[in-house]
Design a protein around this ligand. Sequence first.
Ligand code: NI
Length: 150
Amino acid sequence: MFVTRKAEFSASHVCRVPELSDAENRELYGEEANPNGHGHNYVLEVTLEGEPDPVTGMVLDLKRVKEILEEEVVEPMDHRFLNYEVTPFDRVVPTAANIAREIWRRLEKRFDDPQFRLERVRLYETSDLYVDVLAEDLAEKAALGEELAA
Ligand code: NI
């Protein structure tokens, strides 16, 4: 069974690669490269997979999930300028893809219960654009990495 919890935060960012010129950054990222930055109202959906407990009927304690999203994502990122105030975005371009990966990284270590696992992190940057980080993709990449290393 899949359980999804939603959270929202507002943050500013600018998408630019420091090694590239202003013109090259504008070519790559368009308006997103404006050096003064701009804001988004990000909507996060975190999906966990597990089996409901036979007694409580719950896959997991949803209050706890809400607290973890607050601690790991909303408190550190809400009303922040990501490039200047939130690591690793002082050195990693805070595109939706990279923010979603960072959120996955932060949540993964908090959802290490044998009863359930992190299945998907979906991050909306605008109402018509979202990115997904999926457990299965990461598992495939890890397997591929092992193959390449072997
Ligand atoms: Ni933007």
